[in-house]
Design a binder for this molecule. Structure first.
Ligand code: GLU
Length: 568
């Protein structure tokens, strides 16, 4: 390199980055454009490994996954681990596993090897930003050489001090005065002026520096911009000499985002709306770097209702935020995904009604149907969706899932299900299939309360016999039922016998007659059934009683009735 013949900015670049020998052109060759069919979208999920997967993270990742796979494109995972201080060991591994649990599979990027360690898959890597330092420095050097970035030797402490002083004044006066803005601007401009000798002296002294962009925008001017979720926007030009490389040489989010998404061929950047205010910076960076701007989708935050009915951001500590909690609570991934789809696309539920058995991945996900205002997270809605999903599953599927869940979170119940596999399967089969399946289970954890009574080990009188009925009537009804009970009876015969019990005790066997003149009866056949149901299941509500009796078998039915009589 002929230092003497270089212009000042090229010399500066050489002084700052002597170790960088590659050029942006070299990198462009290493990362050729992707060979994909027309319209194929390349999307990514780019989390920072700072903890668990948040419900708000499942959102953009589902969008990314759907858009890529629906269009025959590529969905990849990039680990944004440039902030070592905030990194949580094992978070990246946990994140990959959790997302896989929810059916979010990546074609490329950071994946787990056979030993469970994070490794790269694909030719656009490395996919961990901490391993891409050399790449960022190539572009940093290029920007400096072209006069578009410059070093700033102000120490972190000095900068921090500057910021806090200004912030304090800001709070005190409540206005950011023009004078303050001017001072800030002056300081910024002053930072742009230096000689190569000064830089050399700093470097020789080992002084740290940050690399700043040399902003050229006029914030009075607006750039028209279309966000695919939010529609047409106008963003101000950027006039802030923001940091590209921190003093340890590590890039800021802005710099890494522009370079990575360009080299990795991202067509659609899907990210949280908290990045929207940074867009002016990104637009400027892409322009300086000579990169085509990808399409952007800024996804709204997930909200929840607080105790007073006000909308609040779903924060990390809120119930429902940590995706790993859902497994413990017994939510099936399929149910959670279905719920996410209902939140993401306003027409999903209508589609589901028309396509009850199709996998949710058949739904034509549409960006235009996404809401630009915050989606409301709501357990009641999740439970409703979940009940519907589970009602469409087969008894075998339900039993397998409940058993797997219980073995982990309620081992005694798990063992019971395994030991009484047949009864459990029959129990889950009751009311399943057909046009109007029962919708009792929202989570696998609900199963015990729903069908635990099938096992003597779990049977308890959860509900009491209602006080308004004479104990003698209840006893008489149970005794009369037992006297005529024949497990071989088919359903109509069985029910006719219960009606006969009702008639004999002065309870209406005909509901119409009862409704026409309730005072003429002590009650109805529905009450007689309720007595039997309580004796049999310990609960006021249960699946179809005939089917329950068939499943329990004559010995158990008789024993339960006798126990109830003894307790009455
Ligand atoms: N690491 C950033 C975050 O977690 C990624 C934002 C993006 O998707 O570009 O917020």
């Amino acid at each position: 390199m002929d230092f003497e013949n270089m212009n000042d900015t090229a010399r500066l670049a050489e002084l700052l980055f002597p170790q960088v020998t590659e050029t942006p052109d070299d990198l462009a060759k290493k990362y050729p454009p992707r060979d994909l069919p027309e319209g194929a979208k390349v999307t990514r999920f780019a989390p920072s490994p700072t903890g668990f997967v948040h419900f708000g993270g499942l959102f953009p990742s589902t969008v990314g996954e759907r858009l890529a796979h629906q269009s025959g494109g590529v969905f990849f995972l990039r680990i944004e681990d440039t902030d070592a201080k905030r990194e949580v060991p094992g978070a990246a591994e946990g994140l990959i596993k959790t997302l896989a649990h929810y059916g979010i599979h990546f074609d490329e990027g950071a994946v787990l090897d056979d030993n469970g360690n994070v490794t790269d898959k694909g030719i656009y890597g490395p996919y961990k930003q901490s391993q891409r330092g050399a790449i960022y420095h190539v572009y940093a050097k290029d920007l400096v050489a072209r006069g578009l970035a410059y070093p700033c030797f102000t120490t972190e402490e000095e900068l921090e001090e500057l910021q806090t002083t200004d912030k304090k004044t800001e709070i005190k006066t409540r206005v950011w005065t023009e004078d303050m803005a001017a001072k800030q601007h002056e300081k910024m401009l002053a930072g742009r002026v230096f000689t190569l000798d000064e830089v050399q002296a700093h470097l020789t002294a080992g002084d740290p520096f940050v690399l700043r962009i040399r902003a050229d925008g006029n914030p009075e001017k607006r750039i028209p911009f279309t966000d695919l979720v939010r529609g047409a926007l106008e963003v101000p030009e950027n006039d802030e000499d923001f940091v590209l490389l921190k003093s340890d040489g590590i890039p800021t989010y802005h710099f890494a985002h522009a370079i990575d998404d360009h080299l990795m061929g991202t067509t659609h950047v899907i990210r949280g709306e908290e990045w929207l205010p940074s867009l002016p910076k990104h637009i400027q960076l892409f322009r300086y770097l000579g990169f085509k701007l990808p399409k952007f989708m800024h996804i709204s935050q997930i909200m929840r209702l607080d105790e007073n009915g006000n909308k609040k951001k779903l924060s990390k500590r809120d119930m429902g935020a940590n995706m790993d909690d859902y497994s413990r609570m017994g939510y099936a991934p399929a149910c959670v995904c279905e719920y996410v789809m209902t939140l993401l696309n306003s027409n999903f539920e209508e589609w589901r009604t028309q396509n009850p058995d199709a996998p949710y991945t058949d739904f034509p996900f549409n960006i235009k149907k996404m809401s630009a205002s915050g989606c409301l997270f709501d357990f009641d809605k999740l439970n409703d969706v979940s009940k519907n999903v589970i009602s469409r599953m087969s008894a075998e599927q339900v039993l397998a899932a409940v058993t797997e869940w219980a073995l982990q979170y309620d081992p005694d119940f798990g063992a019971l299900l395994q030991n009484h596999n047949n009864v459990a399967l029959q129990a889950f089969a009751i009311g399943r299939g057909g046009k109007k399946p029962r919708k009792d289970l929202a989570t696998w954890a609900d199963a015990k309360g729903y069908m635990g009574f099938f096992f003597d080990e779990l049977f308890t009188m959860q509900d009491a016999f209602p006080g308004e009925f004479a104990r003698d009537d209840i006893k008489a009804a149970i005794n009369a039922f037992l006297a005529s009970y024949d497990p071989a009876d088919e359903m109509n015969v069985w029910f006719d016998k219960i009606k006969a019990v009702a008639d004999n005790l002065g309870y209406a066997s005909d509901m119409k007659a009862y409704k026409a003149d309730p005072a003429a009866f002590k009650g109805s056949v529905a009450d007689i059934s309720m007595f039997l149901r309580l004796a049999l299941t310990g609960k006021l509500a249960s699946p179809d009683m005939y089917a329950v009796m068939q499943t329990l078998g004559a010995d158990c039915v008789t024993a339960r009735m006798k126990n109830a009589l003894a307790a009455l």
